[in-house]
Write a protein that binds this ligand. Structure first.
Ligand code: URA
Length: 210
């Protein structure tokens, strides 16, 4: 399974330390989460194909660069995934963003699909799937089933998340091994409530303060 983990620089470790700290207040949490989200988006964009492109610089030099190929769109898993939309828009100005509402039953931790609204031409695009925490992977796996039913090949889906669990990655490996995963950290395990451990708690609650 193609999985990319952000390079564990000291800067990145500092960002995660703020997010993981239960004393961190909402404004700080948002600011630091947004910085990591931006890094994830840039890493995901780096997976898109490019073709050679030559330009002339203001000094008159010929510069042999590249040009991005392929259209993209975002799909956020409501509600926590919506926190990642701004980071995607910051890098891709007029990007279309679809939404999928899948909620997990708090007792069984099993996901249920309530709502989907996706770009009509999604089958012709690379899809950045947005959900900050890959715990069991139940919601994201269900979202991928929805995308594939709409004609998106799994190898054109790039799933961005801030923290992944080994259990969630195993589930992806079993069920959707062609989907690209870009994560910032792989944590130790899931706890008995299917929260990522050590994790950062409930991302949506902390980002939206609910
Ligand atoms: N969702 C979260 O917000 N946190 C977890 O640890 C798991 C799922």
């Amino acid at each position: 399974m193609p999985i990319t983990v952000l390079e564990p620089t000291k800067q990145l470790e500092g960002l995660y330390t703020v997010l993981r700290d239960r004393e961190t207040e909402r404004a700080q949490f948002i600011f630091f989460a947004d910085r990591i989200i931006r890094l994830l988006v840039e890493k995901g964009l780096d997976m898109l194909p490019v073709t050679p492109k030559t330009v002339i610089t203001p000094t008159g030099a010929e510069y042999q660069g590249v040009e991005f190929q392929g259209h993209i769109c975002g799909v956020s898993i409501i509600r926590a995934g919506e926190s990642m939309e701004q980071g995607l828009r910051a890098c891709c100005r007029s990007v279309r963003i679809g939404k999928i509402l899948i909620q997990r039953n708090e007792e069984t931790a099993k996901p249920h699909l309530y709502y989907e609204k996706l770009p009509t031409d999604i089958a012709d695009r690379y899809v950045f799937l947005l959900d900050p925490m890959l715990a069991t992977g139940g919601s994201a796996l269900m979202a991928i089933d929805v995308l594939m039913k709409r004609g998106v090949p799994p190898e054109r889906i790039i799933f961005l998340n801030l923290i992944a669990s080994p259990e969630g990655l195993d589930n992806f490996n079993r069920l959707h091994p062609k989907v690209h995963i870009v994560t910032g950290k792989i944590d130790s395990n899931l706890d008995d409530k299917a929260y990522i451990y050590p994790g950062l708690g409930d991302f949506g609650d902390r980002y939206y303060s609910t």
